[in-house]
Each structure stands twice: as structure tokens, then as C-alpha cells.
Design a protein around this ligand. Structure first.
Ligand code: HAS
Ligand code: CU
Length: 568
């Protein structure tokens, strides 16, 4: 009987020890540079809109509120995340699966340049106020046709980049027949497959609806269909941000804390479940929308609660990994093991804070997904508070934590005690600012304050004036939190400059790849069989979307003319 399960052996490390091959490091750093430039410009948009919203400043006439809101969302939620993720995945795949072949790395560079041309074009359109349509570019808001060309290039660039990663992974698999793939590779493939399958939706609405509509080839657009195709993509988009953070939690953190991962198979199971259940759930962003039957909303809400399970599995196995590491270092009693964790090491402390924040962040997500409660929070600042905890803290703080060893590793510089101190300060500042800003956003949302509006009291309406009472139910408090956050962002940008150009040269910064606990069960071979998981994923998507999409097309509501009064 063929051995159906394999003992997980050590994660592969390439023949460069803990270094990333220099040519691969160059491709990764090219992404990281763009990521942090987008980060600081996007953060500036954030603090400006917070100050406007709090009634503390007015924007100059040449700068629109929705222009900076679009810049903030696109540059942070789309550009910073995407570039950082590909920079991290390329370096991790080189570190664990060996240096990329020149031909494969070339594919990566082609993808990088397509992505970057799209990014530059989109940024120009936003700065010219030709695309103040927010990061979700909802119809019937209409942007300049070049903005939709830019978005299409952005998506195609990610497909080419993802293809390079998949080529590298399957080349390793072919050269190591019968061996279980390294965990970093398994998780990268799950992330890329999920991204390619879901981004077909946004590519479809951009190319088949938005672009012809903006060129005047059609005089109206099926808004419901375009928003549905966007959210078919939009929810998995958030897991495209989360999964690389999870990769760092599962693969890198165990090494940083001197422990071992609790279970390899549980980690792979969590990523397979994220692949399966991330996509057929988009209606949880459309629960208050008409035109979608309650049955399909209910079905996708049920699947939404399914997709919380891999996060709960993650909570369990990371918690177990931390505890076993603490106990292996002599921690005793119920919580004594916590004292043994490296709290003074920013490479652990920052991602750990990200994990901790994800507890309330995730619970907020479960509230959002509960139909009746969604009626209270939808389109309010509560949602803004939710995603400033999820992507704005859990994901971003994990990416910052990765940066503190990844950038010195890629640039051949030392991870110095000075950098560690700067990183700890930055994390505390970020947490304080986020606690104040997101806390007030949650409460203001609860009291009805809408998202996506500039400063207004609705002609001193009593309810709107309530949004300036009390400590936390106060838009000025939110603005103060935003200012502290911007200070933390500026410090993070300095840390990036220090790590990249100023830290002393030296080869000592490790790219940490952990090991699996020796007590871990063997990993079922089927976890590496992607044909099965892609097939199940497609079946689930067809089950959740075929009938409602067919209905939206065949019984299309009257199309909408373009709204671009915001832009002109
Ligand atoms: Fe969300 C809206 C539901 C997770 C981001 N979400 C958004 C938007 C964004 C976003 C950007 O159902 C706004 C989109 C827009 O512009 O309109 N969200 C969920 C649910 C989850 C969830 C059920 N969201 C995320 C993640 C995001 C993100 C992750 C970014 C990275 N979200 C919604 C819904 C809406 C929504 C509705 C639409 C609302 C509306 O009406 O518009 C779940 O995935 C959450 C599951 C997670 C948990 C927590 C697990 C805890 C973990 C940490 C463990 C701690 C450890 C450390 C290990 C249940 C894994 C502890 C150790 C010690 C020693 C203490
Ligand atoms: Cu969602």
C-alpha cells in the first residue's frame, strides 16, 4: 500500500543557508520599495481625511475629499498590500525552494513591470481627480477609461507574478517527487490560486462592463451585476491580505520564538479551507442590497461562518505553538509559559500584537456577517473600524514585523538593537493610535455615523451633533487617533529608510523558517493535491453564484447612467 502520509521533514532551506539568492532579493526589494512609497502617501491621505471628518481642517479647493479617500484606500489596501505580499512570497519561495531559475524570475519581472505601469497610471488618474471613485470603484460612479485600463493592468500583473511563483513551486515538486512540499510553498500556492480564481470576477466587471461603459460604448451599466462581481473578488481580497500574514505566523514565528510549529497538517488544512471558503461568500458585503434573494444571502452567510473556521484553527495552533515554546523554556503553571516568550524582540512582539488585535477584529467580522446586526452597522463607521483592525492592524503590523528581518536580510544589513527599539516604539504608537481611532469609529458607527462622508452635521441635526459628544463617540477623538497613527506611519517609513539604506552592513539577519514539532502527526498526502482543491473550490463557487448571477443578467434591473459629478 503506497505510503499515503508522509513525515514532515525539515522545511527545505536553499543552499544559501538563511539568505535569499541575490537576484531574487533584488526582485523582492523592487516590490518592497513601491510598497513603502505607496504606504506613506496613502497614510497622508488618511490623516487628512480624519482631520476633515473631525471638522478640524478644510481641504484646499483643488483637493477633493473623495480624491484623498480614494488615494488612501487604493494606495494602502491595494498597492501597499499587493507589492509587500509579492515581495515577501518571492523571497520566501527562494529561501525555501531554492533560487528561482532565470527564466522564471524573468516572468516575475514582467509581472512586476505590468503591475507597476498599472499602479502609476491609476495613481495619475487619482491625482488628476479623474478617478475619485473610492477603492471599490462602485458603479454608477464613473472614472476615466484609463483608470479601468490601469486596474486591468494591475490584475494582469498579479496573474503573471503569481504564475512565476507557481512555476517555481511545481518545479520543486517535480524535482522532489514524493516529498511533502515545504509549508511556505504550500501556503503560497493556496494564496495565489485563491487570488487568481477570485480576481477573474473583478477583471470581468472591469473589462466587460466598466471599460466599455466609460468609453461610451454602452450608455448604462448593470450596477447589481458589477457590484456582485466586485464582491465575488472583494471578500477573498481580504484573505489575500491575511494569508501571507498567517504564513509568517505559521512558518516564521516558531523559529523567532525558538519553538516548533504545533502541527503541519492543521496549518495546511487551514489554508485549504481558506482557498475553498474565501470566494463563495461575497454577498455578506451585499446583505442590505435589493435584487438578491434572501436565500442566496443566507447561503453565503452560512459559508461566511464556515470561512471563520480556518481562522479559529489558526488561533488554536498558534496559541499551542506559543505555549509549547514557552513550556519548553521552563514556563510552568497555567500562564507561566507566557513569560518565556521573547517580548523584547520586535520580530515577535509586533506580529503578536497583530494576533491579539485580530481577536476583536474577527469578532467584529462575525457581527458584520450576522444579517440583523449587519442592518445596524452596514455603511457606517463601524465597518471602517472593523477593517482598520483587520487589515489596518492585524495585516499591517504583521507586515511591519516581517520587515524588521526581511529588509535587512534582502539588503545585507544588520538587525540592530537600535532598529529593535525603533520597531517597539512604532508598534506601541500604532496600537495607541489605532485603539483611539478604531475604537471611536466602532462606537460612532454604532450611533449611526455613516462611512464615506466628509465633515457635516447635516444642518446641526441632533443625531449628527451627537457624533461630537463624549470621549469616544466623537469625530474629534477619531481625528486625534488618526494623527497619532500618522506619526506611527511616519516612524515606520523612517524605519524602512534606516533598514534599507542606513543600518550597518552585515550578513547576520536570518530569514527565519521554523520546524514542525516532532510530536506532530504526519501530513496526509492529499493536502498537496491541488487538482482536488481547485475542483472543490469551483464547485462551491458555481453552487453559490450561478443562479443569482444568471438572474441578475437575465432579469437585469434598468441600467444606470454614469455619475461623475464627484470627479469634475
Ligand atoms: Fe471583514 C467588511 C465579515 C475578516 C477586511 N472586512 C470588511 C471590509 C474590509 C474587511 C476591508 O460579513 C470593508 C469592505 C468595504 O469597503 O465595504 N470579516 C468578516 C468576517 C471575517 C472578516 C466574518 N475582514 C476580515 C479580514 C479582513 C477584513 C481578515 C482584512 C484582512 N467584513 C465582514 C462583513 C463585512 C466586512 C460581513 C461587510 C460589512 C458591510 O456591511 O459592509 C472573519 O474572517 C473573521 C474570523 C476571525 C476570527 C478571529 C480569530 C482570531 C485569531 C487570532 C488568535 C490570537 C492568537 C494570539 C493566536 C473569528 C486568528 C493569542 C495568544 C495569546 C497568548 C492570548
Ligand atoms: Cu468580506
Amino acid at each position: 500500500m503506497r505510503n499515503t502520509a508522509l513525515k514532515v521533514d525539515q522545511f527545505q532551506s536553499n543552499d544559501l543557508g538563511t539568505k535569499v539568492a541575490p537576484k531574487d532579493a533584488k526582485l523582492s526589494m523592487a516590490h518592497i520599495y513601491v510598497a513603502f512609497i505607496a504606504f506613506i502617501i496613502g497614510a497622508l491621505g488618511g490623516v487628512l481625511q480624519g482631520l476633515v471628518r473631525g471638522g478640524l481642517i478644510e481641504l484646499p479647493s483643488w483637493l477633493g475629499y473623495y480624491q484623498i479617500l480614494t488615494a488612501h484606500g487604493v494606495l494602502l489596501a491595494l498597492v501597499f498590500t499587493t507589492y509587500f505580499i509579492f515581495g515577501f512570497l518571492f523571497s520566501g519561495m527562494s529561501r525555501t525552494h531554492g533560487a528561482f531559475k532565470d527564466s522564471t524570475r524573468k516572468v516575475g519581472w514582467v509581472g512586476y513591470w505590468i503591475l507597476t505601469i498599472g499602479t502609476i497610471l491609476a495613481t495619475i488618474m487619482i491625482l488628476m481627480n479623474e478617478a475619485s471613485v473610492l477603492y471599490t470603484f462602485y458603479a454608477p460612479l464613473q472614472a476615466h477609461p484609463l483608470y479601468y485600463v490601469a486596474l486591468a493592468l494591475f490584475v494582469v500583473g498579479t496573474w503573471v507574478l503569481g504564475t512565476a511563483l507557481l512555476i517555481h513551486y511545481f518545479a520543486w515538486k517535480k524535482a522532489n517527487k514524493g516529498k511533502l512540499t515545504p509549508l511556505f510553498g504550500h501556503m503560497t500556492v493556496a494564496t495565489i490560486l485563491m487570488w487568481i480564481i477570485c480576481s477573474i470576477g473583478v477583471a470581468a466587471t472591469v473589462l466587460l462592463q466598466m471599460l466599455p461603459w466609460s468609453l461610451g460604448m454602452t450608455d448604462s451599466i448593470n450596477v447589481l451585476l458589477s457590484r456582485t462581481l466586485f464582491w465575488y473578488f472583494g471578500h477573498p481580497l481580504v484573505y489575500f491580505w491575511l494569508m501571507p500574514a498567517y504564513i509568517a505566523w505559521y512558518v516564521c514565528i516558531p523559529k523567532i520564538i525558538g519553538g516548533k510549529l504545533f502541527s503541519d497538517s492543521l496549518a495546511r488544512l487551514a489554508f485549504i479551507l481558506l482557498l475553498l471558503f474565501s470566494i463563495p461568500v461575497g454577498f455578506h458585503h451585499q446583505l442590505m442590497e435589493s435584487g438578491i434573494s434572501p436565500f442566496w444571502k443566507f447561503l453565503q452567510t452560512t459559508l461566511t461562518f464556515m470561512v471563520a473556521i480556518p481562522s479559529l484553527l489558526t488561533a488554536f495552533s498558534i496559541f499551542a505553538t506559543l505555549e509549547s515554546a514557552g513550556r519548553a523554556k521552563g514556563g510552568t503553571g497555567l500562564f507561566g509559559w507566557m513569560k518565556k516568550l521573547p517580548w523584547g524582540d520586535v520580530r515577535f512582539f509586533t506580529p503578536f500584537m497583530a494576533m491579539l488585535i485580530f481577536i476583536p477584529a474577527g469578532i467584529g467580522g462575525l457581527i458584520n456577517a450576522s444579517f440583523q446586526m449587519n442592518a445596524v452597522v452596514h455603511n457606517t463607521l463601524w465597518i471602517v473600524g472593523h477593517f482598520h483592525l483587520t487589515v489596518g492592524s492585524t495585516v499591517l503590523l504583521t507586515f511591519f514585523g516581517i520587515s524588521y528581518w526581511l529588509i535587512p536580510n534582502l539588503t545585507g544589513r544588520k538587525f540592530t538593537p537600535y532598529l529593535n527599539k525603533l520597531g517597539m516604539l512604532q508598534t506601541w504608537l500604532w496600537m495607541i493610535g489605532m485603539f483611539i481611532m478604531s475604537g471611536s469609529q466602532h462606537l460612532l458607527g454604532f450611533f449611526g455615523a455613516p462611512r464615506r462622508t466628509a465633515y457635516t452635521t447635516y444642518q446641526d441635526h441632533p443625531t449628527a451633533l451627537d457624533w461630537f459628544q463624549g470621549i469616544f463617540i466623537n469625530q474629534v477623538t477619531m481625528a486625534i487617533g488618526g494623527v497619532i497613527l500618522f506619526a506611527a506611519a511616519a516612524l515606520m517609513f523612517y524605519n524602512f529608510i534606516y533598514m534599507t539604506f542606513l543600518a550597518p552592513k552585515g550578513e547576520n539577519t536570518e530569514f527565519p523558517i521554523g520546524e514542525v514539532s516532532t510530536d506532530a502527526a504526519t501530513t496526509p498526502r492529499i493536502f498537496d493535491n491541488w487538482k482536488v482543491w481547485i475542483a472543490v473550490s469551483i464547485v462551491l463557487i458555481l453552487f453559490a453564484y450561478t443562479i443569482p448571477l444568471y438572474d441578475m443578467i437575465v432579469n437585469a434591473p434598468p441600467g444606470s447612467a454614469p455619475f461623475n459629478y464627484l470627479i469634475k
